[in-house]
Design a protein around this ligand. Structure first.
Ligand SMILES: Cc1cc2nc3c(=O)[nH]c(=O)nc-3n(C[C@H](O)[C@H](O)[C@H](O)COP(=O)(O)OP(=O)(O)OC[C@H]3O[C@@H](n4cnc5c(N)ncnc54)[C@H](O)[C@@H]3O)c2cc1C
Length: 387
C-alpha cells in the first residue's frame, strides 16, 4: 500500500489535500528552477483540472544570470528572485517550502525533509545542480545553492572588513560562471583590499567558448588586476593553500567554488535511470527513460543529445515541459525538445562591460551589458508581474 501524505501546508494557507486515494494524487513539481516557474504559470493559466504541488526549499527562486550583478551591487535581492509562494497562490498551485530527500518511483512517492511522504500521479524534477568539488575537499564556499551563497556573502563582507592585510580570495573554476564571479567579487571588494584570484583546470579561461571571447576575458582580467592561474587542477585545499595536481600551491584566505556541475547525490538511490554523472536520463520529450510518469528538465536532466549545463536550456524547456505534462495527463502524443547547437552567452565583466558570444564570434562593450540586463530582467519580470 503506498504511503501518501494526509495534508500539505502551503506557505499561505493550510489545506488538507492529498489522500491515499489513487485517483486524487497530484502532479508534483520538485524544485522551482527556470523550467518549473513556466510550468506553474502555464498549468495555472490553461485549465488542467489536476492538483499541482510545487516543492522548493526556499520561496525565493534566484535567476543565477543576475547573481554576479547582485554581488557587484547592481541589483537588490528582490530584483533577481521570483516569489514562488506568491506565484503558486496566483496559479492555483500548492506551495511546499521544504526539499525532496528521496523518490520511490515504485510507490510513486517523494520523501520530504519535513518528514512528509508525498504521493504523486505524475512527477517533474527541476532541481538544478551544484559545483562538484574534488574528492576529499569540503572547505570553501560553493556558488550553489545560491541562497546559501548569499548568506556566506555577508560573512565574506565581514571578513574583508576585519582582515588584517589584504584578504586573498580565490575563485576556482574559470568557465563562464567563475569568470563572472571573479569580476563581480573584484568589483564588490574594490575598496576593501581584497585580492581576487581566478584558477581553473583548462589552459584558457572560458574553455567552452570561442577564442575571441577567451582573449577578451584574459585581457579584461589583466586590466582589472585579477591574477589568473590556468592549468591549475585543484587536488587539495589544506592549511590555507590550494594545491594543484602539478604541485603548485596558492595561499588563500577563502575560496569560492564554481567548478563543473554535479548532480544531487540522493538521486542515486531513487531507482531512476541516471547517466554516469548521476543526472536523470530523459528522452527527447523530457520524460525519464526508465519511468513514464516522471519528467526532468534543466541541469538535472541528461538529454539524449547532451548539452552543457546552462540556464538557457532550462528556460527553453519550460514551455515544452508544461505542454508535455498536460499531454501526458490526457494521453496525447508528447512533443520533442530540440536543444540548440549554438547559443548566445552574455558574460559580465567589470566596469559595466560584457561580452556577447555565439558561433565563435564575440563583441564586448557597455552596450552588451545593457543587452544582458534587458535579457535577464525580462525573464524575472515575466513571473514577478504575476505574483
Ligand atoms: C554565477 C552563475 C552565473 C550563471 N549565468 C548563466 C547565464 O548567464 N546563462 C546561462 O544560461 N546559465 C548561467 N548559469 C548556469 C545556470 O545557473 C544553470 O544552468 C541554471 O540555473 C539551471 O536551471 P535549473 O532550472 O536546472 O536549476 P536552478 O535554477 O538551479 O533551480 C533549481 C531549484 O531547485 C531547488 N532544489 C534543489 N534541490 C531541491 C530538492 N531536493 N527539492 C526541491 N527543490 C530543490 C533549488 O532551490 C533551486 O531553486 C550561471 C550559473 C552561475 C553559478
Amino acid at each position: 500500500m503506498p504511503q501518501a501524505v494526509s495534508s500539505i501546508t502551503s506557505a499561505r494557507k493550510t489545506s488538507p489535500m492529498l489522500e491515499n486515494n489513487e485517483t486524487d494524487r497530484p502532479v508534483v513539481l520538485l524544485g522551482g528552477g527556470h523550467a518549473h516557474v513556466e510550468v506553474v504559470r502555464s498549468l495555472g493559466e490553461h485549465g488542467h483540472g489536476r492538483k499541482i504541488v510545487l516543492v522548493s526549499p526556499s520561496r525565493h527562486a534566484p535567476y543565477s544570470g543576475m547573481l554576479p550583478g547582485y554581488i557587484a551591487g547592481r541589483y537588490r535581492f528582490e530584483d533577481f528572485h521570483i516569489d514562488l509562494a506568491a506565484l503558486c497562490e496566483r496559479k492555483d498551485t500548492t506551495f511546499l517550502e521544504t526539499s525532496a530527500t528521496g523518490i520511490d518511483p515504485g510507490r510513486r512517492s517523494v520523501s520530504l525533509a519535513n518528514g512528509q511522504v508525498l504521493g504523486y500521479d505524475l512527477l517533474s524534477i527541476d532541481i538544478g545542480s551544484a559545483p562538484s568539488l574534488p574528492a576529499g575537499i569540503s572547505g570553501g564556499i560553493p556558488v550553489k545553492p545560491i541562497a546559501s551563497f548569499a548568506k556566506r556573502l555577508a560573512q565574506l563582507d565581514a571578513l574583508a572588513e576585519e582582515h588584517e592585510g589584504p584578504l586573498r580570495l580565490a575563485i576556482i573554476g574559470h568557465g563562464v560562471a567563475g569568470v563572472e564571479m571573479a569580476f563581480a567579487l573584484h568589483e564588490r571588494f574594490a575598496r576593501d583590499r581584497v585580492q581576487v584570484t581566478l584558477a581553473g583546470r583548462a589552459l584558457r579561461a572560458v574553455p567552452e567558448r570561442g577564442k575571441m571571447t577567451q582573449r577578451f576575458v584574459e585581457t579584461a582580467l589583466q586590466q582589472a588586476g585579477i591574477e589568473h592561474y590556468s592549468g591549475f587542477d585543484v587536488v587539495a585545499f589544506e592549511n590555507g593553500e590550494l594545491v594543484a595536481g602539478d604541485g603548485r600551491r596558492l595561499p588563500v584566505d577563502e575560496a569560492v567554488w564554481t567548478t563543473s556541475s554535479g548532480a544531487p547525490s540522493w538521486l542515486r538511490k531513487s531507482g531512476l535511470e541516471l547517466d554516469a554523472g548521476g543526472f536523470i536520463r530523459v528522452d527527447a520529450t523530457l520524460r525519464s527513460v526508465s519511468h513514464s510518469n516522471v519528467f526532468a528538465a534543466g541541469d538535472v536532466a541528461s538529454l539524449p543529445d547532451p548539452r552543457p549545463k546552462a540556464g538557457v536550456f532550462a528556460v527553453r524547456q519550460g514551455p515544452i515541459l508544461a505542454d508535455n505534462i498536460r499531454r501526458s495527463l490526457t494521453d496525447e502524443t508528447l512533443r520533442p525538445f530540440y536543444p540548440q547547437r549554438a547559443w548566445l552567452a552574455l558574460i559580465s565583466l567589470s566596469n559595466g562591460h560584457a561580452i556577447a558570444d555565439k558561433w565563435g564570434l564575440a563583441v564586448s562593450g557597455r552596450g552588451v551589458q545593457a543587452w544582458k540586463h534587458w535579457n535577464d530582467t525580462r525573464f524575472v519580470q515575466r513571473y514577478r508581474k504575476l505574483c
